[in-house]
Design a binder for this molecule. Sequence first.
Ligand code: TRP
Length: 463
Amino acid sequence: MTNQKPQRENFGSKLGFVLAAAGSAVGLGNIWAFPYVVGSNGGAAFIFIYLLCLAIIGLPVLIAEILLGRTTQRNPVGTFKALSKSKLWYSVGGMGVAAGFVILSFYAVVAGWSLGYIYEALSGVLVEFVSADKAVEHFNSLTANPVWIIGMLFLFLIFNMLIVVFGVKKGIEKSSKILMPLLFVLLTGVMIRGFTLDGADSGIDFLFNPDWSKISWTTVIIALGQAFFTLSLGMGAMLTYGSYMSKKDNVIISAIEIVILDTSIALIAGTAIFTAVFAFGLNPSEGVGLIFHTLPIVFSKMTGGYLFSIIFFILLFIAALTSSISLLEVVTSYFVDEKKWNRKKAVIIMGTLVFLLGIPSALSFNLLANFKIFGMNIFDLAFYITFNFMLPLGGFLIAIFVAWIWGFDKALKELRVGAEKIFEKSFWQISFWQVFLKYFAPILILMVLLNSLGLLDFIINSL
Ligand code: TRP
């Protein structure tokens, strides 16, 4: 409990915090996106760059975000208000809350598919496909149905709201403590099944045997974007969870544990999926459809496919759920802290608004498929704007704020709290953190932003 705001809830334990934050990190980004991004960008060489991005940029920014939240014990807007007098910085918090809102609106659409696919798996449809076309046809016929897609979106958001309404300890922490270990066990089960398939080794080869010729600037930029998204950085989700962290706990160690958990789950998911995809001679660079188009064929051909199809979509749903609660929590904490709403009101009103905003994203797969802005449908546009602009910009500004505005004097004093035992001994590591946050993170993120604006090519070509 803090003396400033005694009524604010805290996580009950460090484990609770780490599992909840890892729950936010591990999501569709790990299980749905990571494998297809790896698949379409050349496999192992991409993974190598991705790991580098996590270490040099992801971890330093993650520490910065958690630290900001834990210092002020507020939501993103309140945090910048407490640490800076300038309105400009509050708006960074405001952009984070807005990003949370938009991300949740399209994230919940795909999360809804995972829910719908649990039903498909249970009914046995997913093991009856004779060809890849049939699986794609099935997916298209489901998503072409506005009632199905909006219904699943709605149902998913109900689960999400039910958890967030119970608050930090009883809702988020408790559910994460049950769901995260369950996710881990289920995913490991699927991975072991993948390993035991004939022909699994070409999948392993693809994932862990680098072909350096596949690396280009674009690869680096995609890897950095993926590192950001997977760690839930750049919009104050980790900041908000950090605001419920106890001052007794160690920010550095917790952040390292979150990165390790997140990365292991992405790698396990990649292994589980690629061993199977290669074993059945399917295409690894299928793109966004990898999970919903390709896996059902795998399940249809594999012994035990019925059971594994059910397990797989349950674990996909769990991963999406624990991530989406962090998105709703950011929005909720803003209205609870700043606007003094009670939690229930904030969750119901904001959950409903997210649902309404999600409808056009959901309809992008059917009724609004031809409605394009800048050549993109609404779902793609929401994804593009947040993934390529709002999150990198938020991360850039958070790094700049901690390193250059708030300053390392104050930041280190706060970082030491709860880390007294290791702090003096970790001089080198902490200096690295400072250098990465002050120079590497801003410069590299800036390049991503310029690239999204199409300016990077222009600059490189004119050199
Ligand atoms: N990290 C999640 C994933 O990998 C997605 C997510 C949850 C997220 N909260 C976020 C991404 C906040 C960016 C910001 O699926």
